[in-house]
Design a binder for this molecule. Sequence first.
Ligand code: UD1
Length: 300
Amino acid sequence: MKNKRILITGGLGQVGSYLTERYYENNEITILDNASSSYRDTVPENVNLVIGDIQGPEAVRLVNQADIVIHTAAQIDVNKSFNQPSFDCDTNIQGTLNLLAASKDLNLDKFIYFSSAAVYGDPIKIPVHESHPTEPLSPYGVSKLAGEKYALMYQRAFDLPVVAIRPFNIYSPRQNPLNPYSGVISKFIEHVKSNQSPTIFGDGKQTRDFISVHDIVNLVNLILKSNKVIGKVFNAGTGTQTNINTLSDLVMELIGNELEINYQEARPGDIYHSVADISAAKKLGFKPDLNLKRGLTELI
Ligand code: UD1
């Protein structure tokens, strides 16, 4: 892709920063980010960084200068969504709606909405297909789903070229282990490196579909190149499940530090098994890296 004006909301974040790196050399990137949970405080020289809110007039102005909008900015903390549901709603629903309304009459190439596997809630059937019922377990899951519903409605009502992605458990070197909401992988690595026992909530037999941020970027790229994706939703996972006990063993093996596991009560509302059906993404040519060991080695 070349010479496109791409607006990346949340461009300083875990996903947005990698998307910026993928596209900035041949395209004109603008980042809109409120710097709330930034992983990056610097961006490449030719990237236009705007610190601001997706709910404000600035967002409308930037959308008007874009060919492509990739909307990754969000309130992503599930706990916070319980403690401050209105804040979560404002950011994830009103913020998304502001961008969609601004996009409605433009001639965008694509509007990519980052949803979440949280929209499914506790799966009744795995692997989880995109047609699986959506019964979120948190305000966060509801707000991500509402944003997705609005986006797809804008596609049907106004022909806005919307595509939605539902990531499963993303890992990347830019996840901050000190953030209480950061994922289990970065927590395990941080603990084992500092010679502390990893904590496992529950029996550790629960499973997750861990996907590298590089695969998320690859899926975005396939979506940007395809003209058969408008109005569709894509799971972003690997299609393989890893149990948490295996994950802790792997992390300890790779770091070379065998420690006792600190088993704690399962987290309330914790999903037991989660794995994506990725047949839809595979039809686009998506081939995620199934070698978690390699991904973990990069992080470590
Ligand atoms: C993940 C997503 C979240 C989404 C949800 C949807 C991340 C960081 N979070 O939550 O956005 O709402 O999927 O399904 O990707 N665990 C431990 N020890 C720890 C930390 C976690 O045993 O120190 C366990 C958890 O109890 C859980 C599993 O590891 O069973 C994964 O936890 P976590 O990485 O926090 O992500 P999810 O809860 O799956």
